[in-house]
Design a protein around this ligand. Structure first.
Ligand SMILES: [Zn+2]
Length: 277
């Protein structure tokens, strides 16, 4: 459905951003990556992305916690209230160690005026647009109209890691496809305002003591990432994916593992091949 038609029936707001309706009408950075993958993780499972259970990992939970801490006092209070049982020890007394670690990291980064200047705009700003005929929604951690877009990341470390698909060491930006996120955000903001803004990642690490910083993703990297998004959507439109999502069939895919039906024994070669997936 073109963006105009999608919009007629539904107005996206920060409140309904994660609703089922919004997720059907609009693609997002995270849904795109889970369906189409990215150069650093190229073989996603369409079926798992659309039909699998949404995993609620500790990393996601604590990422939301850190986002809320930089959004506002009210947002933070609300987040803690809504997620209390996951953040607090089963005894009900006190928070888990990973929450205390996050508190330390948040406090450290908040003491840095440069870091904070990148998070002083509009928080959780929502916009919609269209890429390769697909309606997209974005929610920006920090949007400074006419100036820049910044996304906040709470990452394991800022040390580069070997990526087995790219066969080289890459930073967390490439490893987690934050360049793809930046490309989508920059493009949707451009469609709404006519301005091509810089996209930054403000990161805090889970190391002790914490490392933190702000990095602007180069335009060429974003251009390349946008091209990847456009080519992926053109090659296999989302409507096709929704109609008949492919199962990857890999051993490492929780969804496909759960759904498997044996047709007989594996030959040893098949077993070996499966062991590599
Ligand atoms: Zn799968």
């Amino acid at each position: 459905m073109p963006e105009t038609q999608a919009q007629e029936a539904f107005v996206l707001t920060p409140e309904n951003y994660y609703s089922e309706k919004a997720n059907v009408l609009y693609l997002s950075n995270s849904l795109f990556k889970s369906v189409y993958g990215m150069p650093a993780a190229p073989y996603p499972c369409e079926a798992a992305a659309l039909l699998g259970e949404k995993e609620r990992t500790e990393a996601l939970l604590i990422g939301g916690y850190v986002d809320a801490a930089f959004e506002s006092d009210d947002a933070f209070k609300k987040f803690v209230e809504e997620n209390e049982s996951d953040l607090k020890l089963k005894s009900g007394k006190g928070f888990y160690q990973f929450v205390k670690d996050a508190d330390k990291a948040i406090a450290r980064a908040k003491r840095d005026p440069v870091f904070m200047s990148y998070l002083s705009g509009q928080h959780q700003a929502v916009m919609t647009g269209e890429i390769a005929g697909h309606p997209f929604k974005i929610k920006m951690d920090d949007y400074q109209p006419g100036v820049q877009i910044t996304d906040l990341k709470y990452v394991k470390s800022a040390q580069e890691e070997f990526n087995e698909f790219l066969k080289r060491r890459v930073t967390f930006v490439e490893n987690y496809g934050y360049d793809i996120q930046g490309a989508i955000y920059r493009e949707i903001v451009r469609q709404n305002t006519g301005l091509v803004l810089p996209f930054n990642i403000a990161y805090i690490t889970k190391e002790d003591p914490v490392d933190f910083g702000v990095v602007t993703i180069p335009d060429e990297m974003l251009n390349e990432a946008l091209e990847f998004v456009e080519l992926s959507l053109t090659a296999r439109p989302m409507a096709q994916v929704r109609q008949a999502p492919h199962r990857c069939g890999r051993r490492s895919c929780k969804f496909c593992r759960d759904q498997q039906v044996l047709k007989g024994p594996y030959t040893y070669e098949e077993f070996e091949a499966r062991a590599r997936t």
